[in-house]
Design a protein around this ligand. Sequence first.
Ligand code: SAH
Length: 276
Amino acid sequence: MMPSQGLTSDVAALYDGVAQVVAATWGPDLHFGYWDDDNDASTVEEATNRLTDMVMEGVAPRPGQHILDIGCGIGNPAMRLLNAHKVSVHGITVSQVQVAEATARAGREGMSDRATFQYADAADMPFVDASFDAAWAIESMAHMDDCERMLSETARVLRPGGRLAIVDVIRRDPVAPERQGDVDAICRLFALHTLETVDRYEQWLKAQGFVDVRVRDIGDHVMPRTGMAMARAVEAKRDELVDLVGAEQADALIAFMRTASRTHEIGYIYATAIRG
Ligand code: SAH
């Protein structure tokens, strides 16, 4: 399936281009990190792995299960899952570059039989009903413009009783009018189409028939340190970024990483639910 215009094209461009450079400094996890507090000396790698492990705990995989990774990136969380649990994973992404990279990585690590990846839009999943035992979405929902449709698709492809875990950036209300500009700029830069609240995620999940819905904002452990670490990582690769997106965008990216680290209006959810 080709990217639909508008919705996925800027997301794909982001991940086919900038993310390749960011990945070179940030590491293979295309998601944020979790730090216990200001004194936590964890590296980016440790903090991003910790976040993956929290999502993994939310999914609580059991041997033999088949798990859907919605917005799989270059497959790092999927490979971490496979190394920790005797399960299989299928990842979807709207970036062809990521499909190729994740597939190659699974091959290199001898995991091709347990890890597969394909191009697919989460709003229209090419899977029959109840295909998966569990699913996770690690920082993919905020890129989508119809999260309700994504969740209804997720409910459809999960078997009853299947667990879902979500982490993503969210909006913390109220956003003062004079702060809206920063929030909007961050959304444009990171190709965020949905910046919703904890309450909205809870409503969406319940409306799609999920039960045992738990949604909390863990943003204070995630956002400030991630923003600062990303600004440093991206700055170290400025020359490469300039070649890729031009000086203006490269500098905007670096500046906004710093701004993002101070933008209290953007939080981060950790959500778990069970398909009823
Ligand atoms: N979960 C990965 C990647 C996060 S980056 C990790 O933690 O490393 C966001 C991912 O969401 C990218 O892989 C992007 O292609 C994917 N994504 C965004 N919109 C999507 C959509 N509509 N359908 C499927 N995947 C999507």
